[in-house]
Design a protein around this ligand. Structure first.
Ligand code: SF4
Length: 649
């Protein structure tokens, strides 16, 4: 049984066993699916996805968990368009249907949250109203009515959400269902009623899937793996497939973790559930499955019948097609960074990917593949993510490309970040970019620092030049009156920290992203007495965007790292740093043999200043994230190829 083999569900055949699961995208227009959704899903269908479950739509109007959360009543036109767009590829398209219950938000509905019992949500702390017994029948009918709408829109079926963020899980759980009525003494009753009513609504010829939380990671009262297996065995005969998920409001970061959690974290749980289900329905593995090798192993070893690879297909929409063509090595890796595919943060961004920034922007971005009429001879200066992506795109479009990188290895900031704990997978993106540029015939010269005169010579030869020269360390944000200062990039080259002076280490982190936290973790793991200084009330504030904030602070405390919060570094002396409380102005000394300065970097502009007419991309414009570097490298390459910027023809 191969990932690329078809699977038949309710008499409908999916072309592969790879599922693109329901996830929040912010692509919607108000509460309807948009043209962006259609293009987003079409691209994954064209890339070989076997099943696509559209973004979960609320079955009731008063359930409005985030601003652009789809509402089933507003979705039929969008569902119809998605089905039409995906049908040519044979992909089965199902509507995700759910209700967030007490995990919703009253910010948009301006109404009360409804839940099984009056248990405040751990995240919002909002106390919901308890659903009256008389409200449960209409709620069941809401699911059935939404399923009828999906069927009427021409979809292949629906998937009911009893996963991490769902009212139906809240009813299943002793954490949140404290009722004494029939839906409390039998906590599975509501889900049983919903599945039965939904099946009656869509009939036997459409697919009915179930996303079921089988481990809430809260064994004192929540669903345990043993109970999850019992529930799965009960519900499997009512469904056409079952997706095994874990987590609850108690542990949100565990439901969609980043690279600190190994890929395939639900393997054991899924195997247990599949054994309990005993063939009553196909079982799907979910949980950071981003490697096709692991996914295939899960099928081979009896863990699952199909595999959900959602982030993997955000990063590589053609994942199945490349696998089918015998080129798994060309699949762009998901590095489990959570930097652009999580959309529930205060910026309200739309879904995208650090390695594939056109994801989510399918209706706006120019496609990368294609051949340009006039081939160019291009010199790309800098082999970080911006330069590598620019070189890749130019070569893909038929241009002759040489890339010059000053250091001994390409990859730039990706390599630096990958040396830090929990960020190791970033090296996979650097490796992939290097392999693709190699495959496409780019001449890469590492250890080659070009001068302005060499750029003059290139221009005189009629070559086009693109600058992606990266960044340099910025000035220290403190007075250095002594002591030793090391930058994260230097530490990344010596992850054992043996080259540092002996004694305690102080990490100064005025940014609050993944770097400062990871540096502190690395040093603590190397056995160094470590402290971290932040001006914020918590360490690593920017990690809220990737979902790692709480987990990062827990890891630091477990590692014994001293946390200096609300402090900044005023001065560095031999043996100590002078800190100031940013609220009270109180000053104190912190002993340190070395300070790691995780402050902002600045653009590397020496060649840019000599040649301001040349196109630029990435950190040499302004040092930011890998996403911006890849995006700008790609766009600069496309503009160069189109002759709209800096090309000599
Ligand atoms: S942003 Fe990161 S985690 Fe998300 S799909 Fe892309 S590589 Fe994967």
């Amino acid at each position: 049984m191969l990932l690329t083999d078809p699977i038949t569900l309710a008499g409908r055949t999916a072309p592969s066993r790879v599922l693109f699961g329901p996830h929040e995208t912010n692509l919607g227009h108000r509460r309807a699916l948009s043209d962006r959704h259609v293009a987003y899903y079409r691209r994954r269908a064209a890339g070989g996805a076997g099943l696509i479950v559209t973004e979960t739509a609320s079955v009731a109007a008063d359930d409005w968990p985030y601003e652009r959360a789809p509402l089933a009543a507003d979705c039929p036109d969008g569902w119809r368009a998605v089905a039409a767009a995906c049908r040519p590829y044979g992909t089965l398209v199902l509507a995700g249907l759910g209700h967030a219950g007490g995990q919703g938000s009253s910010a948009y509905s301006q109404g009360v949250l409804r839940a099984p019992s009056r248990v405040a949500d751990v995240v919002s702390r909002e106390l919901p109203a308890e659903l009256e017994d008389t409200e449960l029948g209409p709620l069941v009918e809401d699911f059935a009515a939404a399923a009828r709408l999906a069927a009427g829109a021409g979809l292949d079926g629906v998937e009911i959400d009893a996963g991490q963020h769902s009212l139906l899980r809240q009813f299943l759980s002793g954490l949140t269902n404290l009722r004494s009525d029939a839906h409390g003494t039998d906590r599975a009753r509501l889900l049983r009623e919903v599945l039965t009513a939904t099946r009656a609504a869509i009939g036997p010829g459409l697919v009915l899937g179930l996303r079921l939380c089988c481990d809430e990671l809260a064994p004192w009262a929540g669903i345990t793996p043993e109970r999850g297996a019992e529930l799965a065995a009960e519900f499997a005969p009512l469904t056409d497939y079952l997706v095994v998920v874990r987590g609850s409001a108690m542990n949100l970061s565990a439901t969609r973790p980043d690279g600190h959690t190994p890929p395939g974290f639900n393997l054991d749980l899924c195997r247990t559930v599949r054994t309990a289900v005993a063939g009553a329905a196909p079982v799907a593995l979910q949980g950071s499955v981003v490697e096709v090798g692991q996914a295939q192993w899960a099928l081979d070893d009896g863990v699952a019948d199909l595999v959900e690879m959602t982030r993997a297909q955000i990063a590589e929409p053609e994942l199945v097609a490349l696998l089918r063509a015998g080129h798994p090595e060309r699949i762009r890796p998901c590095v489990l960074c959570n930097q652009r595919c999580r959309v529930r943060d205060n910026r309200n961004p739309i879904v995208s990917c650090v390695g594939e920034p056109a994801s989510g922007h399918e209706t706006e971005d120019q496609p990368v593949p294609g051949r340009d009429a006039q081939p160019l001879d291009v010199l790309v200066v800098g082999g970080g993510p911006a330069g590598l992506e620019a070189a890749r795109v130019l070569a893909l479009r038929g241009h002759t490309v040489e890339l010059a990188e000053g250091s001994a290895q390409s990859g730039g900031s990706l390599r630096t970040a990958a040396a830090l704990p929990g960020r190791e997978r970033l090296a996979l993106l650097a490796d992939w970019l290097a392999a693709e540029t190699d495959r496409l015939g780019v001449t890469v010269r590492t250890g080659t620092r070009l001068t302005a005169a060499q750029l003059d010579a290139a221009a005189a030869d009629g070559r086009s030049v693109l600058l992606a020269t990266g960044s340099v360390p910025g000035p220290h944000g403190f007075d250095r009156l002594g002591g030793t200062v090391v930058r994260p990039a230097e530490l990344a080259a010596d992850p054992t920290a043996r080259s540092l002076p002996p004694g305690p280490v102080l990490v100064f982190d005025p940014i609050g992203d993944a770097v400062g936290v990871a540096v502190a973790e690395l040093l603590a793991a190397a056995g160094r007495p470590t402290a971290i200084v932040t001006q914020d009330q918590v360490v690593g504030t920017q990690l809220a965007l990737t979902g790692d904030l709480a987990a990062a602070n827990t890891r630091l405390q477990q590692a014994g790292v001293t946390l200096y919060k609300r402090r900044t570094v005023l001065e560095l002396h031999d043996g100590y740093a002078l800190l100031e409380d940013v609220v009270t102005g109180h000053k104190q000394r912190a002993e340190c043999a070395v300070l790691i300065d995780c402050g902002h970097r600045l653009p590397e502009r020496s060649l840019r200043e000599a040649h301001p007419e040349l196109p630029v991309a990435g950190d040499c414009v302004a040092p930011r994230t890998v996403y911006q570097a890849v995006l700008e490298g790609r766009r600069a390459a496309l503009r160069l190829a189109a002759g709209t910027e800096g090309a000599h023809r």
